[in-house]
Design a binder for this molecule. Structure first.
Ligand code: ADQ
Length: 483
């Protein structure tokens, strides 16, 4: 049954709503925000109706104000889960981003604190209360990401108490690490227990899925006699890979906009005779930005003949700015960018344009479109949707994707890109050089491979496939699920 035809209500839950809520002249207004999850789910809105629950991003204490916020969210089919600022901060920055996120991305040196863990549990409980109240018998509930790993279990218990039968799905947008790494987390079992109360669990790649299944077996002795299914606490949990994507038509349509065409022409004139490399990343350790700048420095050292003939335009989108480690990373990157330009600049110009800010969508599309290569250096990354977006904007130029082998996207895009190890400066430099010197036929072959992939695996397809499968779990919750 196509998801769009489903008669069941669908609730989507994520930690943050995909909206920024602001008080303007005494009343509240909401506007769409950006990020990987927003990109992934916005493609689904074309085909499927749902209500989105999450934290609105600000503390609202007064009851009248809360009503006002609810009203401003209503036009986006969204509902708030209100949290106190301190609790939200401890949950989001304290546990989710400072402890869980690094472990999911294989970063070492993480120290566990009980305070943030208690906040994490409390926030998951508050979400469970809110969603349980909103769900009706038969509602499909699709939970997103690492901030809410306990929610499936907490929610199932509440729903059962109220006699409501609802299928619960969970999608993880990060990698799931190999078992040995996951062991670093003292509360690892609680989180796995939380997740295994889902009916359907989705991962971006087969590797993450397999890591999770192996962890369940070694940590809990959970049985996996049938592939992709775990038998645990008298329930069957389906585990599968779902390829997340983008809405490529949003990009191809934007490139037809006359203002964007003008902008592309301006940029092309500005960079006439210069090969442009683009990078777009949230400013996050996992995106390997330090490695990228050092690799580019090595590339400039290796190829003095390319002086004034190549430029790297790097957009580093501000992210998690109240976490100390992220502030330190920004300082490190600005310093590094200054050093690289100091070393390689000439009176004709600088080889590195480092932009620490968000850019409008139309500018982003124009930048993707004029670039001869896109350089993505993630040390680990659930998928990396920027790689998809670059491809969507390269119909004319057939630019080359230079992609870290540690981005989830590399599992699917290796054939159409040039992959490298992000910790190896020489390998990165060679990959960049090869990308800028690929012959026309090879560029076309690689591009066509990636174009077909990106247009096939859209965000709408990802969402519909997940919901269809969740819906079939709701109909046959006691029967084994088929792949
Ligand atoms: P992110 O880590 O946020 O997502 P990514 O997949 O690269 O990373 O997506 C970033 C998104 O933000 C892109 O769609 C991009 O266009 C958008 N964006 C970037 N800069 C912007 C700007 N200046 N203005 C507006 N939008 C901007 C997480 C995981 C990823 C996973 C996604 C989806 O870390 O690995 O691919 O979720 O599951």
């Amino acid at each position: 049954m196509p998801a769009g035809d489903t008669k069941r209500n669908l609730i989507i839950v994520s930690n943050r709503l995909p909206l920024s809520v602001k008080r303007v002249d005494g009343s509240f207004q909401s506007s769409i925000s950006s990020g990987g999850l927003v990109t992934a789910l916005s493609g689904l809105t074309k085909s499927t109706q749902f209500r989105w629950f999450g934290w609105p991003g600000l503390e609202v204490k007064d009851n009248e104000d809360r009503k006002d916020v609810c009203q401003s969210l209503e036009e986006h089919n969204a509902s708030p889960v209100f949290l106190d600022s301190d609790l939200a901060h401890e949950h989001y920055n304290g546990f989710s981003n400072r402890i869980l996120w690094p472990i999911l991305h294989y970063q070492s040196g993480v120290t566990f604190d009980d305070g943030p863990w208690q906040a994490y549990k409390r926030v998951n409980e508050l979400f469970a209360d809110e969603i349980c109240q909103a769900a009706e018998n038969g509602t499909l509930i699709w939970i997103h990401d690492y901030h809410l790993m306990l929610l499936p279990e907490l929610l199932r218990a509440r729903l059962q108490k109220q006699g409501k039968s609802c299928a619960i799905g969970f999608s993880l947008h990060t990698p799931f690490p190999a078992g040995d790494f996951w062991r670093n987390l003292p509360v690892r079992k609680h989180l796995i227990d939380g997740l295994l109360a889902s009916d359907l669990l989705g991962f971006h790649t087969d590797e993450y899925k397999q890591n999770f299944i192996d962890t369940c077996a070694s940590l809990l002795g959970a049985r996996t006699e049938i592939p992709n299914q775990i038998q645990y606490k008298n329930r069957l949990v389906c585990i599968d890979q779902f390829i997340v994507g983008i809405d490529p038509l949003k990009f191809t349509d934007t490139l037809q906009n006359p203002d964007v065409k003008d902008r592309i022409q301006t940029l092309e004139e500005r960079y006439k005779g210069v090969r442009v490399i683009v990078g777009v990343d949230r400013l996050d350790h996992i995106k390997g930005l330090t490695q990228k700048l050092k690799g580019f420095d090595a590339f400039l050292d290796d190829h003095p003949e390319l002086r004034n003939k190549v430029v790297l335009i790097q957009v580093a989108v501000p992210s998690r700015e109240d976490v100390k480690e992220y502030q330190e990373l920004e300082t490190e990157l600005s310093t590094l960018a200054g050093k690289i330009n100091g070393k390689h600049a000439t009176p004709e110009g600088t080889p590195l344009l480092y932009m620490h800010r968000s850019v409008p969508f139309t500018e982003l599309a124009a930048l993707y479109s004029i670039a001869d290569a896109c350089l993505l250096t993630s040390t680990r990354d659930g998928m990396n949707l920027v790689s998809f977006e670059y491809v969507a904007c390269q119909e004319k130029r057939h630019g080359v994707l230079v992609l870290s082998e540690f981005a989830g996207a590399a599992s699917f895009m290796r054939e159409g890109s040039i992959c490298f190890h992000p910790a190896n400066k020489t390998e990165m430099s060679e990959a960049l050089y090869a990308a800028l010197h690929l012959d026309k036929d090879e560029r076309r072959r690689k591009y066509e491979y990636l174009r077909d992939f990106v247009h096939k695996h859209t965000s709408a397809r990802w969402g519909q496939t997940f919901i269809e499968k969740l819906n079939s779990r709701a109909c046959n919750s006691t029967r084994p699920c088929c792949s």
